[in-house]
Design a protein around this ligand. Structure first.
Ligand code: ADP
Ligand code: MG
Length: 318
């Protein structure tokens, strides 16, 4: 199968919303008048961002999910995306499954595949997403203010638990392993929540590298500090069964959660809850933003914890 047959067979579909999709030199997007274009790009490399054991359908889902998660963190509505693929070989079964997982999630969010690039090489996937947001409405990392409440969506830490099970550092019974693995391989981008938080949240980020590290980005960009309540962090029943130290490590420094971490003024507490209910996503208050720089992590008795946890950083972890 040649490059063009591959593109035609797996990645060309009639566009619904865009003016022009796959097949020409450029795609043409139709923007609502006056809206701002939000764009974000993520690169996924085999062995670094995903394991070779992942099913292609799930890999397709995750490659788009991590990009939609960035739009969600800005409060943007997804419009379209491009897909650049480096593939060791053109394997129809693999491509069919990969495209299936990818396009199912795309359809669920009304986000169209409008172009890309395809080449032979090691397995690498790059997606660039495009979305729209009203001017001034995007949720930024820089908006947190002292006095804001700190929130997270969903539960944290299951993806990290799965990674550790793959590494052999924890052992999970089969059915628990499958649940953790789903969290790692099939993250849910919180697009509806991000949009519902426009005008309510002061700041937001999606959790890709672990709560401590990603919160650190928000605090530095906003010029504030925070107290984080370690024992208030939402976790699944799966993680609840793990020793405390391990539970904290996974939820505070896990990575690959793709939940939203956001700040909102205290007087908007009820509006945050209403937005979460509207989006159908549970949210939990996990701390408070303060004027004093730095991050203080405390337990349920308000004792300061020194956990020695670091955020995931590709260049620090070899
Ligand atoms: P060019 O030579 O202009 O880069 P290509 O021959 O690479 O164009 O691609 C032909 C068309 O197929 C373009 O419209 C491009 O956007 C699209 N395309 C290439 N690879 C992919 C892919 N993996 N997914 C979707 N569209 C793709
Ligand atoms: Mg090309």
């Amino acid at each position: 199968m040649g490059e063009f047959e591959l593109i035609e067979r797996f990645f060309s579909r009639p566009v619904q919303r865009a003016a022009l999709g796959v097949g020409d030199d450029c795609a043409l997007l139709r923007l609502e008048p006056g809206m701002q274009l939000a764009t974000s790009s993520d690169l996924l490399v085999e062995g670094r961002h995903f394991l070779s054991t992942v099913a292609p359908e799930r890999l397709g889902h995750k490659a788009l999910a991590v990009n939609l998660s960035d739009l969600a963190a800005c409060g943007a509505r997804p419009l379209a995306f491009t897909l650049s693929l480096s593939l060791p070989r053109a394997e129809p079964g693999w491509l069919e499954a990969f495209a299936g997982g990818l396009l199912a999630l795309a359809d669920a969010h009304g986000c169209e595949l409008v172009g890309g690039d395809t080449t032979r090489g090691p397995l690498v996937i790059n997606i660039t997403v495009y979305g729209e947001v009203p001017p001034g409405a995007a949720l930024l990392r820089s908006g947190a203010r002292a006095g804001d409440e700190l929130w997270v969506s969903g539960v944290l830490g299951d993806a990290r638990l799965a990674l550790e099970a793959f590494r052999g550092t924890v052992s999970l019974p089969g059915e628990h392993f499958e649940r953790a693995r789903r969290a790692m391989e099939l993250p849910t981008p919180r697009v509806a929540l991000g949009m519902a938080l426009r005008g309510i949240a002061s700041s937001a980020i999606d959790l890709s590298d672990g709560l401590i590290g990603d919160l650190g980005h928000v605090l530095r960009r906003s010029g504030v500090g925070a107290t984080l309540w370690a024992d208030a962090l939402p976790h699944s029943a799966l993680l609840a069964g793990q020793p405390e130290r391990w539970r904290r490590e996974c939820s505070l420094a896990g990575g690959d959660d793709y939940e939203l971490l956001f700040c909102a003024p205290a007087h908007r507490h009820a509006e945050v809850q209403a937005a979460a209910a509207q989006a159908g996503v549970p949210v939990t208050r996990v701390g408070r933003v303060e004027a004093e720089p730095g991050l203080r992590i405390v337990d349920a008795q308000d004792r300061l914890l020194d956990l020695g946890l670091a955020a995931f950083d590709h260049f620090h972890h070899g």
